[in-house]
Design a protein around this ligand. Structure first.
Ligand code: SF4
Length: 326
């Protein structure tokens, strides 16, 4: 018999980011959409919020295609020694771009909300976006893949042999000493020639050092707990694919791990405060203020249901300025 899903209070870098940006968007994403995957059982508004939650901007879509293409190519190399070439990556990405675009314009997400639903189409005319935007997506996707395929890093990964690769790129979690579950999805990890376990995060955007430091520290905690990897054997890096696959290393230390645990502890404490029943992780929409920051609202998935945009209900008190930091 299928186990009923429980909406637990858990932590992730992206959850923390959304909580700091806008409390109301955070509510919609983690509470208002809960159960919306079940079209038959969910009420109309929950289903709608769930569909909105799954919208992606063109930038996110491009990043997802790059990640998926790399993950699949590395899996194919591990399974069949199929070479990871610029042309093979490009072809795979081209078919994902085509399929995703069709899913979006045909509104397949109405029935299957995980299918591609693009912000610029959803909140645009539903059929087209300016050609320069789609061209930019293609250029960025192909550029990132070419940068990786021709990089010394990929040569090093291939030379290490797939027996030295860790099976990753799926969402997984570890549990802190206080019982809090922390989600993370390591993009790639392998043992290099020197016996170091290298944990890599593919990035298609610009470097955000503070956030990346916390994200990589979470990966290190995961590796230490799940893979029993010793701290002194770990090396962490972001790989900036849009910047010639530049490898940006982040030194790991016990201090960084302790600081990260403190950041997570403080963040989760703030997330518990607005809950109506913290022990059951129950929340009410009205306890999560709208942020009313045009820069953030302008690109928010939940514009269609949010009273800050629709004006359907009185706005709640704006969150403090610090809540809008990215
Ligand atoms: S539209 Fe603005 S206020 Fe409303 S949920 Fe989105 S970011 Fe928050």
């Amino acid at each position: 018999m299928a186990r009923e899903l429980v909406n637990e209070l858990t932590w992730s870098v992206s959850r923390d980011r959304l909580f700091r940006q806008c409390r109301r968007a955070y509510y919609y994403n983690y509470y208002g959409s809960w159960g919306g995957w079940d079209a038959a059982a969910a009420d109309e508004r929950t289903r709608r919020i769930y569909i909105l939650k799954n919208i992606q901007s063109l930038n996110m879509w491009a990043g997802g295609i790059v990640h998926d293409t790399i993950a699949e190519a590395l899996r194919r190399f591990a399974a069949k020694t199929e070479p990871v070439t610029v042309e093979a990556l490009r072809q795979a990405a081209r078919s994902k771009l085509r399929r995703g675009w069709l899913e979006a314009v045909n509104r397949e997400w109405l029935v299957s909300p995980k299918k591609t639903n693009l912000f610029e189409l959803y909140y645009g005319n539903g059929a087209t976006v300016p050609e320069e935007l789609t061209e930019d997506v293609k250029t960025r996707v192909y550029g990132c893949l070419e940068a990786l395929a021709t990089s010394p890093l990929l040569a090093e990964i291939i030379a290490a042999g797939y027996m030295n690769w860790k099976p990753v790129d799926t969402l997984d979690a570890f549990v802190l000493d206080d019982g809090l579950k922390v989600w993370c999805a390591i993009d790639f990890a392998f043992f290099d020639e020197a016996g170091m376990l290298r944990i890599l995060d593919w990035k298609t955007g610009s470097e955000q050092p503070e956030e990346l430091k916390v994200q990589l520290a979470c990966y290190a905690m995961f590796a230490m707990r799940k893979w029993k990897a010793p701290l002194q054997r770990l090396r962490l890096a972001g790989v900036f694919l849009g910047d010639t696959a530049r490898v940006s290393e982040y030194p790991l230390s016990t201090e960084l791990l302790a600081d990260t645990e403190n950041i997570i502890g403080e963040s989760i404490g703030k997330m518990r405060l607005p809950l109506s029943e913290p022990e059951k992780n129950m929340a009410r929409e009205e306890d999560f203020p709208t942020c009313d920051v045009p820069r953030i609202c302008g690109r928010c998935n939940f514009r269609e249901v949010c009273p800050a945009i629709t004006g359907s209900k009185p706005k709640t008190e704006a969150a403090p300025a610090s809540a809008h930091e990215e």
